[in-house]
Design a protein around this ligand. Sequence first.
Ligand code: ATP
Length: 245
Amino acid sequence: MEVPDDHPRKASLEVRHLLTDGFKAGLVAEAGLIAHGRGEAFDYLLGERTHPFADRACRAAAALLVLAKNPVFSVNGNVAALCPKEVVALSEAADAEIEVNLFYRTREREEAIAKKLTDSGAKNVYGIGASTRLLGLSSPRALIDKALKNADVVIVPLEDGDRTEALRKAGKKVIAIDLNPLSRTAQTADVTIVDNVVRCMPLMVRHAKALHGKTDEADKIIRSYDNKKTLIEAETTIRKGARPA
Ligand code: ATP
């Protein structure tokens, strides 16, 4: 459905439509629509714009990716519906593998998401019929494929707190993208980008390209980055209530 140009909530409604279309196409789970609603509420309070604390976190995330040996982008249905091209662009800019990793895992949804990503240019997508188990989680959301198993740095947009903790316990560095700075995911990750995934992905791609191969600079960025400060600034911004740009 076309949103009229003069609609004051055009951008937000268009993103919503990507989700409902993704639901109809079998990418997005019912609960994924509800999760998006929670994200929208936080985004509203953030003024629906990228704040300096989110840009700093994007740069730190890009630095972690530059220093990683086996970075992996963990993709769920919402992310595949919202920004499949940016997932591919970031995986290319950061030499990262892509793995489908679902809370509500069915073979049909895995395959629909993999197809969406390959149609958007991904050369290889892991996670279809995954059979390795991540310790500390109950089935089927514990299932991971060999990309995530071997990963040292994992990007988890819109992730669930238990799995973020399990990934950390498995020794991986976690980059979260989550509009709620209070979620367990946001609080547990090494780098938390408190921003809408549709806004921060192009930004991360730019940072990843700019830092490509610059390991000394990336190391410096990581040493001076403080994720607690990011979370406090994000929460303070939300509590004060930000104005739209
Ligand atoms: P946790 O288990 O980490 O405490 P939760 O149970 O609150 O998280 P989930 O339903 O597992 O949340 O995941 C949805 C999360 O994703 C929410 O924190 C929501 O704010 C966030 N979210 C939803 N849509 C977006 C989006 N477009 N961009 C960034 N974050 C989003």
